[in-house]
Design a protein around this ligand. Sequence first.
Ligand code: GLU
Length: 439
Amino acid sequence: MEGDTALHRSKAGDNVVTQPNETGAEVFNPWTHVSSLIERAGHLLGLDDGMIKRIITPERILEVAVPVRLDSGNIEMYTGWRIQHDTSRGPGKGGIRFHQSVNVDEISALSADMSIKCAVVNIPYGGAKGGVRVDPTQLSRGELERLTRRYAFSIAPVIGPETDIPAPDVNTDPQVMSWIMDTITMLRGYSAPGVVTGKPLAIGGTLGHAGATSLGVTICALALLRNLARTPEHERVIVQGYGKVGAPLVQLLSERGMKVVGVADVRGAIHVPGGIDPVALARHFAEAGTVVGFEGADVVALDDFFAIPSDIAIPAALGGVITERVATTLAASVVVEAANGPTTGEGAAVLHERGIPVVPDVLANAGGVVASYFEWAQDLQGYMWEKELFQQRLEKTMHEAFDAVWIRHGELGVNLRETALAVGVERIAEATRLRGLFP
Ligand code: GLU
């Protein structure tokens, strides 16, 4: 990771968020982007440079080699990371992703996002993130289990209920969390359900975790509409991604009166101007494994997805998709970020110029980590909550977070992304100041 370079660059005020790749082409660097955003928030709040540097710099970066015996008998090597960005407000918290594009800059950026996210929703966690550079779709179930267990073993010295608590992220799910929980439990010699969240119910998961991110996104979309004096009825929404977050989201948005007119997944995009029936789409997806081919839908090129006529655009897949070009042609008048880091710096600048409000990822998709907090609290308590209590507390936490950001937005006079960053940085700075500097 190029932490110093990032600081140096953004300090120079050029806000460069790209760096040359091997072929010399400029590519988006998520770490440079996030660290410059935190730095800008720090300046907005009048923090001194030492404090800003302390908040930006990740506390711990662990890189591990993950050898896996494939079904063929051969051994393949993978690389994994666990990064704890800031733990001033509590133990590190954040997901683990398995993806072929994972690298240290991406995981560092996502770990910093988690520090901000946990602070914005005011839960007692710091930020962390992990990942393995692997395409899990190329692995058998046995290979995936061996990869997960070896990675869990390798990061075991730095994770635990009081230190750092992983959770699902891109391409990881309750089954992967079960293998991690089991590996750590075997290593420690006692049951350790609080070491990961997003587990199945049978081993210390919580009622309501699945779909919690989507519920939080829906709450934020509704709160934004209310503050803009718009009603959900007849709002046309497009959702990019039809996975863990996107699929329940299509259902929830429709239930709350909005009309989902476009959905995309990795295989393609569909457009139904009259609105998509969420139940029929779920049924189609279960059979076809893609939204493509949904009856009565127009096919849209993935490149043109965000240009579909709509009022609300929700990226709910991978990062870096709302580029300058996409932001220029985006048809919607508001964006709610369900994915982590879906908008590039250049894309964000265009949206800002066009006056398009964006509920940023650190607020919009925080429902998942709030659910994780509730799961962890239940595991530590050894007491299971009813689903109603879970739901009620999740909605309350998300509403309070949105309102806190909205009020501060009026005071600071900057856009919602910068405001959310400022709210998070302010809370981290307060904890850092109160705790002082060890030794
Ligand atoms: N991966 C989710 C996120 O990015 C959840 C993290 C967690 O629950 O710890 O927010």
